[in-house]
Design a protein around this ligand. Structure first.
Ligand code: UD1
Ligand code: PEP
Length: 526
């Protein structure tokens, strides 16, 4: 669904006035400029936009022509500037001719998880938000669809930068519920909306099928700020009559990333200081903090588990920000090099969030080198280039398991299943975090891995593996899906990975980017 407004013969003057104002602003025209085009007075146009002047259909037509848009009289007429394409893509399948060595260098793109946090955080800002170098991924599309449906104007202002203009009033009743239900990130609307609306509804969160994921920690935290949430049929009914700073430090019961982000966004607009303990210091949380600092919010302790936030009541800042590169994409590309036994340089890798992963890989025998550090475009995140060389890997002595940052990243764990399948010996992988994710990794057995599921959380993988090309339907989970794709790069012969929407949730144009390194991945749609 794009930025699309329908005018019917029953549309009232205020509705039509709002449409005209939105369209004018979307075109970047001032009232005076449009008035000149219409050969009328700005004050008259102002009245039209305020809804205090009724318009004939001829007048609407004339305004539409002045706006150079397709807006004419009658039933179901559509005034539809479409600055952003957000239509649901056709099912996409990948055909992989495996067994090729990769070579060369590849840049990491910016992260899905920072992008969605920043999109949600833009709700706090009445000014113009520009997010630079945003990965074009489905998860970003879904949140943009939701924002557009409630009145945002969103434009790719060049190939990579997203401009977001929040309307003065959000049309929450018009929310694109289908888009919202396809992502879990919609829960990061709780805190920003609480600051503007005493009562609102949010659809239940969706996303990958990783088993039940609680939102209770979010509700516990936001209660300290005055938000009361009742789960009704398919929706959270939220009431926030009196939003205030918590009386004492907010203690998170679990160190989750999005719950920390909700806590920070709740604190961002109340007079502080608000202390948040057991905060996640993970990469997307850091990006959110750096972004909010640019909006005038003071935050101490970034990168630690105790944050002190001093909020501001109104945020109206024209801001631009570059979210940093994705450590999970870096890990995916490291895995691509390992499984295809290739020499590959992964450029712009955020090293702070990969150190434990690399330490484990070093113990397993991986030959790699790292350049001097340099700064990401956000001016804060340290990057390196990592060159991975073909190596004889051995299984690690201890189990591999994730922890909240600074532990082995929870989303990087699945890649160790593919890497373990390459290593000599038995590796125990323990995904204690998600109920269903380890189960999806069993799909690696379909293309040759020797995997034993001990229970829903623990896998024993025995390597090395002779991967075999096969046709497999992509599991409904992002990282296990990518793991299959990466292993298929190593499988001699042809593999088909069917319906890869979940991969596109988090990776921009992975087939072509892998092909630029020497892979042969063909995309088909149906
Ligand atoms: C948009 C976004 O940023 N998504 C990331 C975020 O999701 P998000 O922050 O939404 O993750 P969840 O809140 O679902 O947490 C993941 C799971 O970890 C459990 N848990 C988490 C922390 C903790 O200290 N104890 C604990 O038990 C939760 O109960 C849950 O089962 O964090 C997850 C865990 O890093 C990542 O997989 C997601 O990619
Ligand atoms: C689980 C993930 O993300 P999300 O929280 O968006 O489902 C992921 O990125 O692997």
């Amino acid at each position: 669904m794009g930025y699309c407004v329908v005018v019917t013969s029953s549309s009232s003057s205020p509705q039509i006035g709002k449409l005209i104002r939105d369209a004018r602003e979307q075109r970047g025209l001032s009232i005076a400029e449009l008035a000149t085009k219409l050969r009328t007075e700005p004050a008259t146009l102002q009245e039209v936009e305020n809804g205090s002047m009724a318009l004939s259909m001829e007048a609407i037509d004339r305004i539409a022509r002045a706006l150079e848009s397709d807006f004419s009289a009658g039933e179901q007429e559509v005034f539809a500037p479409q600055p952003m394409q957000t239509t649901k893509p056709a099912a996409m399948h990948l055909t992989i001719e495996g067994g090729r060595r990769l070579r060369g260098a590849i840049d990491c793109r910016s992260s899905k998880n920072a992008a969605v946090a920043l999109l949600c955080a833009s709700l706090l800002n009445r000014g113009r938000t520009v997010l630079r170098k945003i990965a074009k991924i489905e998860e970003v599309n879904r949140i943009c669809e939701v924002l557009i449906s409630i009145g945002y104007r969103i434009t790719w202002i060049n190939e990579t930068d997203l401009e977001l203009i929040r309307p003065a009033e959000l049309d929450l009743a018009a929310m694109d519920v289908n888009a919202a239900r396809r992502t879990r990130s919609i829960i990061m609307f709780f805190a920003p909306l609480m600051h503007s609306y005493p009562e609102f509804f949010l659809p239940y969160a969706g996303g990958c099928d990783l088993g039940a994921r609680t939102i209770e920690p979010h509700l516990q935290v936001l209660r300290h700020f005055g938000l009361d949430v009742v789960a009704t049929e398919g929706f959270y009914h939220c009431r926030a009559a009196d939003v205030h700073a918590p009386k004492r430090a907010v203690i998170l019961t679990e160190r989750g990333d999005t719950v920390t982000e909700n806590a920070i966004m709740a604190a961002a607009m109340v007079p502080g200081p608000v202390t948040i303990r057991n905060a996640s210091p993970n990469y997307m949380v850091q990006d959110l903090c750096f972004f909010l600092q640019r909006l005038g919010v003071q935050i101490d302790g970034i990168g630690t588990t105790t944050l002190v936030v001093r909020g501001v009541r109104d945020i109206d800042v024209d801001v631009e920000y570059f979210p940093s590169e994705d450590p999970i994409e870096a890990m995916s590309l490291i895995t691509a090099a390992i499984v295809t036994k290739s020499e590959l340089t992964i450029q712009r890798a955020p090293i702070e969030f990969l150190e434990i992963e690399l330490a484990i890989l070093e113990e397993m025998g991986l030959d790699f080198s790292i350049t001097e550090e340099y700064m990401a475009d956000n001016g804060r995140t340290r990057l390196v280039d990592i060159t991975v060389r073909p190596s004889q890997l051995k299984a690690p002595i201890d189990k591999i398991h994730p922890l909240p940052f600074p532990g082995l990243n929870i989303d990087n764990l699945p890649f160790f299943a593919v890497i373990a399948a390459e290593a000599e010996g038995q590796t125990l992988i323990h995904d204690w975090v998600y109920e269903n994710r380890a189960i999806h990794l069993l799909d690696l057995a379909k293309i040759g891995a020797n995997i034993q599921l001990l229970d829903p959380h623990r896998l024993i993988i025995t390597g090395p593996t002779k991967w075999r090309g096969r046709e497999v339907t992509c599991p409904p989970a992002l990282r296990p899906g990518v793991c299959l794709l990466l292993a298929m790069l190593a499988a001699k012969g042809e593999s088909v990975l069917r319906d890869v929407y979940v991969i596109n949730r988090g990776y921009e144009d992975l087939p072509n980017r892998l092909n630029a390194l020497g892979a042969n991945v063909q995309v088909t749609t149906s």
